[in-house]
Ligand binder design. Structure first.
Ligand SMILES: *Cc1c(COP(=O)(O)O)cnc(C)c1O
Length: 231
């Protein structure tokens, strides 16, 4: 019989605890973001019932609809979800993303930063948590900030008062040893922390590599299919 959502979730939590222990870390400092993309709001509702409330999405249209449906399905007093946007975001979707998302993991280019600053300036009470997404490849055309521009870009992010820089984010390559990428992410994190000591968080680790990511200091795991099942 196929494992239930609850079983898969429990198994992931056990693996996080073990990997944290192996890395001499406390699992309390590791946040699980369940990537709910490709699944309906019902799955997110079920996850809320199981005690998870940090959800990740990578397409604005899908995320906006789901966030609204879930908000309507909540019972009074029920734990409210926090939405994390983890995918590449078109600048014309910034306004929509800001309506439901609290954390953007994929701040990957200057044009997106400028658009965020522009929209946030219209709502002075609004703040957004962000991670700078790194380009871990040698191809400058891939998304993400390259190591040589990381410090300059970090300064630009820090100059926008309504953005709270949490740290760096990376997606380890499939065709290379993830450890190489996780080490790069860790180095980049240290570079960013010299500019902002509070930007100490690392968004890294997915279904296939989260245990390794924990060994390299990941604080925000973005785990989809290992919990939600394939779609
Ligand atoms: C889909 C996605 C994930 C989750 O991937 P899984 O392999 O299903 O765990 C994590 N991060 C990003 C940016 C994604 O798009």
């Amino acid at each position: 019989m196929e494992a239930s959502l609850k079983d898969r979730l429990e198994s992931i939590h056990q693996r996080i605890d073990l990997a944290a222990k192996a890395a001499n870390r406390s699992s309390d400092e590791i946040e699980l973001v369940v990537v709910t993309k490709n699944h309906g709001f019902e799955l997110a509702l079920e996850l809320l019932g199981l005690g998870e409330n940090q959800f990740g999405e990578n397409r604005d249209q899908e995320a906006a609809a789901k966030a609204q449906q879930l908000a309507q399905a909540l019972s009074p007093g029920q734990l409210a979800p926090t939405w994390h946007f983890v995918g590449q975001l078109q600048t014309n979707k910034v306004k929509s993303m800001l309506t439901y998302s609290s954390v953007l993991h994929s701040l990957d280019r200057a044009s997106l930063l400028n658009e965020l600053a522009k929209h946030l300036a219209k709502t002075p009470e609004r703040a957004l948590d962000v991670f700078i997404e790194l380009n871990l490849t040698d191809d400058p055309n891939r998304g993400g900030i390259e190591p040589k521009t990381l410090s300059a870009f970090t300064e630009q992010v820090l100059a926008v008062p309504q953005l709270r820089l949490l740290g760096v984010m990376g997606v380890a390559g499939l065709d290379v040893d993830p450890a190489v990428d996780f080490e790069r992410i860790l180095n980049s994190s240290q570079q960013v922390q010299t500019l902002s000591s509070s930007a100490k968080y690392i968004s890294a680790g997915m279904s296939g590599d989260f245990e390794q990511a924990i060994g390299y200091g990941a604080t925000h795991l973005r785990i989809g299919t290992a919990i939600t099942g394939k779609r």
